[in-house]
Design a protein around this ligand. Structure first.
Ligand code: ADP
Length: 409
């Protein structure tokens, strides 16, 4: 054992080499094992730093005058020496005193008649966990598990109730579509003069009623689209399509409504947009929702511009790279198309720019709507791995833009 090697040799011829006790003490302090050396009487000669830590002593002063048997081991010295003299190499004992439990291995050095005590601290890991604490931790874990299960069950139930509500509303909305189609059909018949000549006054009233009927149909369609998206029925029909055809068809469909309100619609599409894969109906629906909003919010005499052009879309990872690197990796050709709808309406305050894309959020309460048009548009664009945003200032018009990547899988 290292402790005993460090002890001063007591033989005559090497007596001159006996080390002073202070030096031996410092040597013992360098040893990792907790060690004590005591005389036969129990008078402590040396206690190294590790042993002092194990026994809970803070300095040398605290151990001065202590007796190994009475104060530390709390055992009768006769018991120890009895066992050692019977030829036993060492005696093992538990030290109960102090906060930490430890065990002592006692060996006898006959030549100087010293006892060398090695202390083994029984760490918490060895001693095993306190059963009281163990129980509490187990109970807490069980409680957490039960709470988690209850929360999950409640969440699933809520989701199911929510789904049933959406399904119910969707079927009710669907039922409304048929009578509305019939009403709209009769408006068309009347306006065409098939059921007799109309006075100018009658024509105006019928046209206004037809507009309202069409708005109702759009609202219902909007809700049906939303409920379809909500119940996870969004499946993109990705085909190679011409975006200019898609938007041109739309602007023609809307031109009459713009004319009626006295708002100028200016549609222009960059001829270099190539054909690429996208869902024709869904992208048309997004642009329709934006045009619908622009028309709704732009007063008579105002203007709305629908634009589409190829775009270099550097996704965030690329934009975080240093400027020269970005230039080095410059895309060879546009990888997306940018579509925008700009109006000269009242604009939207900056604090609403994010929330207007959320479900059922409406800022302007003076117009009709359900607060779903932009939420649907956002979902459809994100399904295409694109993005949509608004730039606007109060009283300065709005510009809604969406990007469609051209590399749809
Ligand atoms: P809805 O039009 O049914 O209210 P949307 O989701 O389409 O729902 O729009 C949410 C809100 O965003 C609207 O209530 C309106 O306040 C605002 N908004 C949308 N487009 C415009 C626009 N072009 N100009 C001004 N406000 C707009």
């Amino acid at each position: 054992m290292a402790g005993r090697i460090a002890l001063p040799p007591m033989s005559e011829e090497r007596n001159s080499a006996v080390l002073p006790l202070g030096v031996v003490s410092r040597l013992l302090d360098t040893i990792e094992e907790p060690l004590m050396v005591a005389e036969r009487s129990g008078n402590l000669l040396l206690v190294n730093t590790r042993a002092r830590q194990c026994l809970g002593f803070h300095g040398n002063a605290e151990i001065q005058g202590l007796n190994l048997f009475n104060d530390i081991l709390q055992v009768d010295s006769k018991k120890i020496f009895g066992e050692l003299e019977r030829g036993q190499h060492e005696v093992n004992l538990n030290i109960e005193g102090g906060e930490k439990k430890s065990a002592a291995r006692i060996q006898w050095m006959p030549e100087p008649d010293w006892l060398v005590v090695e202390i083994e601290s029984k760490s918490e890991a060895h001693a095993g966990p306190d059963p009281a604490t163990q129980l509490t931790v187990q109970e807490l874990l069980q409680e957490r598990e039960i709470t988690y299960r209850n929360l999950l069950a409640a969440y699933l139930k809520l989701q199911e109730v929510n789904r049933q509500k959406t399904v119910f509303l969707a079927s009710a909305a669907h039922e409304l579509k048929t009578p509305l189609a019939v009403i709209k059909g009769y408006y068309d018949l009347l306006l065409a003069g098939s059921l007799g000549r109309l006075t100018d006054k009658q024509r105006d009233i019928l046209e206004e009623s037809k507009d309202s009927c069409e708005r109702l149909v759009r609202l219902i369609s909007m809700f049906l689209n939303y409920s379809a998206l909500e119940s996870g029925k969004l499946v993109l029909q990705l085909r190679e399509n011409d975006l200019r055809d898609c938007l041109d068809e739309l602007s023609k469909r809307w031109s009459e409504a713009f004319q009626r309100k006295g708002v100028k619609l200016d549609a222009s599409f960059d001829p270099s947009i190539p054909a690429f894969r996208f869902d024709y109906q869904k992208v048309q629906q997004v642009a329709a929702n934006l045009l619908d909003n622009a028309l709704k919010h732009t007063p008579a005499g105002g203007s709305v511009a629908l634009r589409a052009a190829p775009h270099f879309w550097e996704r965030r990872v690329a934009s975080m790279a240093p400027a020269e690197e970005r230039r080095r990796f410059r895309l060879p050709r546009p990888n997306s198309v940018e579509v925008s709808v700009t109006d000269s309406g009242p604009g939207i305050a900056a604090e609403h720019h994010q929330e207007i894309f959320e479900d059922f959020v409406r800022v302007d309460r003076n117009t009709s709507g359900m607060g779903l048009g932009l939420a649907i548009a956002k979902r459809l664009i994100q399904a295409h791995r694109g993005k949509i945003w608004v730039e606007s200032e109060s009283r300065a018009g709005s510009k809604f833009t969406f990007l469609l990547p051209m590399d749809q899988g």
